[in-house]
Design a protein around this ligand. Structure first.
Ligand SMILES: [Zn+2]
Length: 92
């Protein structure tokens, strides 16, 4: 029995320690910036599901004939709006 097997142990411990430290720092940084972002977003943020809250679907349906889905933006449902946007992007 030799102790060669244990030779690499300190190195591994070292790496683990460094990793832990880096992770800890990263988490701390993430938490700090995350809290910042959440705070700012919570104050100003976008209205939560305003479309669903304000729109009776019968009144605000997709303007594409035969679709009948709930309007999301620009008078179209999300699917048709995305399709229209894709078309516009392709044209540009
Ligand atoms: Zn539609």
């Amino acid at each position: 029995m030799t102790s060669s097997g244990f030779g690499s142990l300190p190195a591994i411990m070292n790496i683990a320690e460094n990793l832990g430290e880096a992770l800890g720092r990263g988490v701390a940084r993430g938490l700090a910036s995350g809290m910042h972002g959440v705070d700012g977003a919570a104050r100003r943020g976008r209205p939560p599901k305003s479309g669903l809250m304000m729109a009776p679907s019968s009144d605000r349906a997709c303007s594409v004939p035969g679709c009948g889905r709930e309007m999301r933006s620009k008078g179209m449902c999300s699917a048709h709006y995305q399709a229209a946007r894709r078309k516009a992007l392709a044209r540009a």
